[in-house]
Design a binder for this molecule. Structure first.
Ligand code: F6P
Length: 481
C-alpha cells in the first residue's frame, strides 16, 4: 500500500528548529520512517490557480514531503476564520468564542476542495489516505466527489465536545455529515468518540453499532487511538541535552532553587491565566516558598491575527508583570516568562531540569508536553507531573497529580504537594507513568491506525492487513502523475 498523510501544518525536517505544536512534531519521525508521502501547506499562498500548485516535493526519510501553496483568496477565511475561529473554539468547548461568517465557511470548503484536487496527483489503486485534524473535516467528502474509492481515514487531534456545543458551529450538520465519507475516524479518547456518536444520534439520526455508522457514503468506523511519543528516543534526547549550552545556562541560573516548567502555545484552551494565578496563590499561601521555586513558562505566540489570541497575549503579559511585581525581589523573579519557541532538544533538557511539570489545560485533545515531561526525567530522581484532568493524557497518566484547572487554590496546593513529594513516591509514580507511555508509543499509534484503515478495504471477516508501508519512488522528484 502507498500511504498519503495530509495535514495543514507539516514539520520542518530541521532537528533544532522550534516546532509549532504537537501534531507536526509528533508525526515527523513516524512519517519519515514509514515511507509515506506527507502533504501539507507550504505556509505560502498563491493568487491564481496554477496548473500545479505543489510548491515543492522533496524526499523525507523513506518517503516524501509535498508542500502546497494554498489559494490566497480563501486562506484567511479557512485558517483564521472557520478552522480557528469556529471549529477550534467549539472543539475546545468555548462556543462563546465562535466568531465566523458564512464566507469563512465557503473558504474552508474551497480549501478542502482545493486540497482534494491536489491529492489526485497521488491517486493509485492501492493508495490509502490519512487526513489529520479539524482543518480538513470535509476533505474526504470532496475526494469521494472526485471519484476516489481508496480507504480514507481521519484522525482528530483535538477533543470532540458534548453534542450541544457543536451545534454552535454554523453549518455543523452539513459538515459533520460530510465526515462520514471517511472509512475510519480516530479520536484521542473514548470520551471524544462517545461525544461524536452522541452528535450523530441527536442531530443526524444515525446510530453507531459496535463503533460502526452507516450513512449514504457507506460504513464509517469510529475508534479511539490515543497518540503517544517516541518514549525511548525522547528520554535519550533529554539525557544528551543536559550538556547543551542553553540547558547548562538554565541550570546555572537556578542557584539551587527549584524549577517548575510549563510549555504551551498561547491559546485560551491551555489554561495559562489560571496557571499563573495558581502560582500567585502559591506564593500568597506559602510565602516560605518564595525564592525556593520559580516557574519557567515558555509561551509560544500562536494565531496572533485572531482577536481572542492577541488579547490573551496582552492579558498574560500584564498578569505576569503584576505577579512578578508583587512577589519578586531585586534578585529573584517568580515567573520567567518567555514568548518564543525552542527546539525539541533544548526543551527535553529543560524538562529534565525541572522538578515539576505543570500541564493544566482547560481542554486538550492529548497534550504531548505532559508525555514528554515524563519521558525526559532522570529515573533516579524524577520530577512530578501536575496534570489537568481535562487533558486527554490524564486517561493514561493517572499517576500524575491530577488537578482541576478551574480550582486555583486546589492547583496551588497541589503544586506545593509536588514540591514536597519524597523521592520514593516520585519514583513510583514515574515508573507507573513510564509503563503507560511505553505501552502506547507514537509508533504503535501510527501502525494501529494504518492497520485499521487498511482493514476497511477488506470485506468483513478477512484477516487484518500488515501495517508495513511501501517506500515511494522518489527518483528525480517525479512521484505520481
Ligand atoms: O490539533 C491541534 C494542533 O494541530 C496541535 O497539534 C498543535 O498544537 C496545534 O494544533 C497547532 O496549531 P497551528 O497549526 O494553528 O499552529
Amino acid at each position: 500500500m502507498d500511504l498519503v498523510v495530509v495535514s495543514n501544518r507539516v514539520a520542518r525536517a530541521k532537528a533544532n528548529e522550534p516546532m509549532t505544536g504537537g501534531l507536526a512534531a509528533a508525526l515527523l519521525p513516524v512519517v519519515e520512517k514509514s515511507g509515506a508521502i506527507w502533504v501539507g501547506s507550504s505556509g505560502r499562498v498563491r493568487d491564481a490557480a496554477h496548473r500545479d500548485s505543489f510548491a515543492e516535493i522533496r524526499t523525507l526519510g523513506a518517503g516524501a514531503l509535498a508542500l502546497l501553496d494554498l489559494p490566497a483568496a480563501h486562506y484567511g477565511g479557512y485558517y483564521e476564520g472557520f478552522a480557528n475561529s469556529a471549529l477550534w473554539p467549539a472543539l475546545h468547548s468555548r462556543a462563546d468564542l465562535i466568531r465566523v461568517s458564512h464566507d469563512d465557511y465557503a473558504s474552508y470548503r474551497e480549501v478542502n476542495a482545493f486540497m482534494a484536487r491536489a491529492l489526485m496527483r497521488f491517486r493509485k489503486p492501492d493508495a490509502a489516505f490519512w487526513i489529520q485534524d479539524y482543518h480538513f473535516l470535509a476533505l474526504g467528502a470532496e475526494m469521494r466527489a472526485l471519484g476516489v474509492k481508496s480507504p480514507i481515514g481521519f484522525f482528530l487531534h483535538t477533543p470532540w465536545p458534548a453534542q450541544c456545543v457543536m451545534v454552535g458551529v454554523p453549518h455543523h450538520r452539513e459538515l459533520i455529515e460530510a465526515m462520514l465519507a471517511y472509512d475510519l475516524i480516530g479520536f484521542q479518547t473514548e470520551g471524544d468518540r462517545e461525544n461524536f456518536a452522541d452528535y450523530l444520534r441527536a442531530h443526524l439520526g444515525l446510530a453507531a453499532r459496535d463503533g460502526v455508522v452507516v450513512s449514504r457514503f457507506g460504513t464509517t468506523r469510529l475508534a479511539a487511538f490515543p497518540i503517544g511519543i517516541d518514549v525511548e528516543g525522547f528520554a535519550a534526547q533529554a539525557q544528551r541535552a543536559m550538556s547543551h549550552p542553553e540547558v547548562s545556562r538554565l541550570r546555572r541560573s537556578l542557584h539551587g532553587e527549584r524549577l517548575a516548567i510549563g510549555v504551551d502555545r498561547v491559546d485560551y484552551s491551555k489554561g495559562l491565566v489560571n496557571r499563573i494565578s495558581a502560582f500567585d496563590r502559591l506564593f500568597e499561601m506559602q510565602p516560605a516558598l518564595k525564592r525556593t521555586v520559580s516557574l519557567l513558562q515558555i509561551a509560544t505566540p500562536s494565531r496572533g491575527g485572531i482577536a481572542a489570541y492577541a488579547s490573551l497575549q496582552d492579558d498574560l503579559a500584564r498578569q505576569v508583570t503584576d505577579v512578578n511585581g508583587r512577589h519578586g525581589e531585586v534578585d529573584w523573579t517568580p515567573i520567567r516568562y518567555l514568548s518564543k519557541g525552542f527546539g525539541q532538544t533544548v526543551l527535553a533538557g529543560f524538562y529534565r531540569t525541572a522538578q515539576v511539570g505543570v500541564v493544566t489545560p482547560l481542554h486538550d485533545g492529548m497534550n504531548l508536553v505532559a508525555k514528554e515531561y515524563v519521558a525526559a526525567q532522570n529515573p533516579a530522581d524524577p520530577g512530578v507531573l501536575v496534570l489537568s484532568r481535562f487533558a486527554g493524557a490524564a486517561n493514561e497518566l493517572d499517576a500524575a497529580l491530577l488537578v482541576n484547572p478551574h480550582d486555583i487554590d486546589g492547583m496551588a496546593r497541589t503544586i506545593a504537594t509536588a514540591l514536597a513529594m519524597p523521592a520514593p513516591e516520585r519514583r513510583l509514580r514515574w515508573e507507573t507513568m513510564m509503563a503507560r507511555l511505553r505501552a502506547g508509543t507514537i509508533h504503535r499509534w501510527f501502525s494501529s491506525f494504518v492497520a485499521a484503515l487498511e482493514a476497511t478495504r477488506e470485506p468483513a471477516g478477512t484477516p487484518p492487513w500488515s501495517p508495513e508501508v511501501r517506500p515511494l519512488r522518489t527518483a528525480g522528484g517525479a512521484l505520481y502523475h
